[in-house]
Design a protein around this ligand. Structure first.
Ligand SMILES: C[S@@+](CC[C@H](N)C(=O)[O-])C[C@H]1O[C@@H](n2cnc3c(N)ncnc32)[C@H](O)[C@@H]1O
Length: 213
């Protein structure tokens, strides 16, 4: 980070902003000025490009990014703060742990998971965000009919997603992925990684899993 220290005030959240861990799950919608509005999560927000575009395009929706790399979290929170958006927050932490231990049932409209780290070595597969257990947690926190949206460039991670979707097909409907309206021509979601990989000529895979009622 060059030039000046990032300022995360008003957008960036860290552990100290959360109720004590021992108090269990709480309603993260209360961080927003309008907690009654639809609530969406992004796992692994990186530099916040997707959140910036989404939150600007949909001011009536609340967006909650979770990023565990401190440098990216600071960058994203500072960037979003400078845009003066009231409907976006970014938490510094592990999204899987946060969802499991802190998020109550049935409050999330959409979970966005884009270009998640593929962890290609077999012994690292357990580090992938999507696991049987995390998928069950995503199902729990989504509203009935809520969506998990997945995009990757990585063929093996895509196969992993397909296996999980097939194994849990009784709980999810698999749908075509629809691009958000703000995505630029030829883009699926318009994240930093998508743009970088597109320049390298990579191709992409995408699906939406909709929680069955
Ligand atoms: C490959 S980058 C993609 C960033 C962004 N989604 C994009 O498409 O440009 C993956 C990001 O997810 C973050 N990440 C990975 N696992 C995470 C987890 N369990 N909780 C929160 N962030 C996570 C990483 O720190 C990294 O910033």
């Amino acid at each position: 980070m060059r030039g000046r220290d990032p300022d995360v005030a008003g957008v960036g959240l860290d552990r100290d902003d959360l109720p004590p861990f021992e108090s269990g799950r709480f309603d993260p919608r209360t961080f927003f000025t309008h907690p009654d509005r639809p609530f969406e999560l992004e796992i692994g927000s990186g530099k916040g490009t997707f959140l910036l575009a989404e939150a600007s395009a949909n001011p009536e929706v609340n967006y909650f990014g979770i990023e565990h790399a401190g440098e990216f979290w600071r960058y994203a929170a500072d960037r979003l703060r400078r845009h003066g958006l009231a409907n976006v927050k970014v938490l510094w932490g592990d999204a899987v742990e946060f969802i499991r231990h802190r998020v109550p049932d049935g409050i999330v409209r959409t979970i966005h998971l884009y270009f998640s780290d593929p962890w290609p070595k077999s012994r690292h597969h357990k580090r992938r965000v999507l696991q049987d257990r995390s998928l069950a947690e995503f199902h729990r926190v989504l509203v009935p009919g809520g969506e998990l949206r997945l995009v990757t460039d990585h063929a093996e991670l895509w196969a992993w997603y397909e296996d999980h979707a097939a194994r849990h097909a009784s709980q999810w409907d698999r749908l075509e992925f629809s691009r958000p309206a703000h995505a630029s021509e030829g883009e699926l979601v318009g994240t930093n990684f998508e743009r970088k990989f597109r320049e390298e000529g990579r191709s992409f895979h995408a699906m939406t899993l909709r929680r069955r009622r």
